[in-house]
Design a protein around this ligand. Structure first.
Ligand SMILES: Cc1ncc(COP(=O)(O)O)c(C=O)c1O
Length: 336
């Protein structure tokens, strides 16, 4: 059941990918027909990803996943706004891809304000407004939380940032293809996604940016991705990501209805257990996400082992972190 950690590759994504491992294996930078076929697949995929996010083709950069997109967004915003200041606002419940990157920035002299969520896991626009200073260059607050399941108020938070002239990035890794995303309506400047969270392959993602990236390339080399991120593109992975996001978006309302019913059933039954509490927002939460705290369990590994014996895969921390043994920082919030 732990589809927050990752998801199974969809049949549609697999079928779309297979030719690009075999007969259509060309390098998109090559000028002969094999290469140009791969190049076309790459640009068709870019269009599909852009359409799924309400974006333009040239606003999509392919990456190796959510972690890289988050790193890139932060480093690029810092370089672009170096003259303006060195203060960043984020939330205390971000994924390590954001937290660790901001820690690096702190070592380089940046000040970081990490806003604490309320008991539903929400960051309020008022809180954000108060935290923004004259030297704030970036706000990075996730769209949906991987541990508590809360869907945050991205549009409002972005509006507050823009009112104060500050760039807004959101980690939408848990949100993409699970809830509607329209980058134009949200107003966000940058947004990160990762294919393996929506039934695409692992090791591929995208960064949406409607602002120019920092002029110096993020990865230097052969000049792929408009010179910003060099390295031969992961064509099968990118094609798989495009097929998966298209499938996810096309089936969004049907999947949402189905998952919400399952989720609410699980929540209703689990909350009958004495000492069980729901974490995150009771209503503004991901359709397929339920998260609980159980009193008196001791170490969560015991509960995970018992559930595993019963054939149920549950997460006890952020599974995307290599050492998921400790209680995740997200659950040290006010709801516990
Ligand atoms: C919210 C969030 N951001 C970023 C990531 C990292 O993405 P990736 O595994 O593609 O590097 C994850 C999970 O892995 C996540 O849940």
């Amino acid at each position: 059941m732990d589809n927050s950690a990752t998801t199974a590759l969809s049949e549609t994504a697999l079928e779309a990918m297979l030719p690009y491992f075999r007969e259509r294996f060309g390098n998109p930078s090559a000028l002969y027909s094999y290469g140009q076929e791969a190049k076309k697949a790459l640009e068709d995929s870019r269009r599909t990803v852009a359409e799924a996010l309400g974006a333009l083709n040239n606003e999509i950069y392919f990456t190796s996943g959510g972690t890289e997109s988050d790193n890139w967004a932060i480093h690029s915003a810092c370089t672009l706004s170096a003259k303006k200041g060195a203060h960043i606002v984020t939330s205390a419940i971000e994924h390590s891809a954001i937290i660790r990157t901001l820690e690096q920035r702190e070592k380089r002299g940046y000040a970081v304000t990490a806003l604490k969520p309320d008991r539903n896991g929400q960051i309020t626009p008022e809180q954000l407004e108060e935290a923004i200073r004259g030297d704030t260059i970036l706000v990075s607050v996730m769209m949906a939380n991987n541990v508590a399941g809360t869907v945050l108020r991205t549009r409002e938070l972005c509006a507050v940032s823009h009112k104060r002239g500050v760039l807004f990035h959101t980690d939408a890794v848990q949100a993409a293809a699970h809830i509607p995303i329209d980058t134009r309506a949200l107003g966000v400047d940058m947004l990160s996604i990762s294919a393996h969270k929506f039934h695409g392959p692992k090791g591929v993602g995208a960064l949406f940016t409607r602002i120019p990236l920092a002029p110096a390339p993020y990865i230097t080399g052969g000049g792929q991705e408009k010179g910003q991120r060099s390295g031969t593109e992961n064509v099968p992975g990118i094609v798989g990501m495009a097929a998966a996001i298209r499938e996810g978006v096309e089936n969004l309302s049907r999947n949402t209805a189905y998952l919400t019913a399952l989720r609410d059933n699980l929540i209703d039954h689990t909350l009958k257990i004495p000492g069980a509490y729901l974490t995150g927002d009771p209503s503004d939460r991901l359709p397929g996400h339920a998260s609980f705290v159980f009193e008196g369990i001791g170490h969560s590994a015991h509960l995970i082992a018992m559930l595993n014996d019963a054939g149920i895969c549950a997460g006890s921390g952020s599974a995307c972190s290599a050492s998921a043994k400790e209680a995740p920082h997200v659950l040290n919030g006010p709801w516990v």
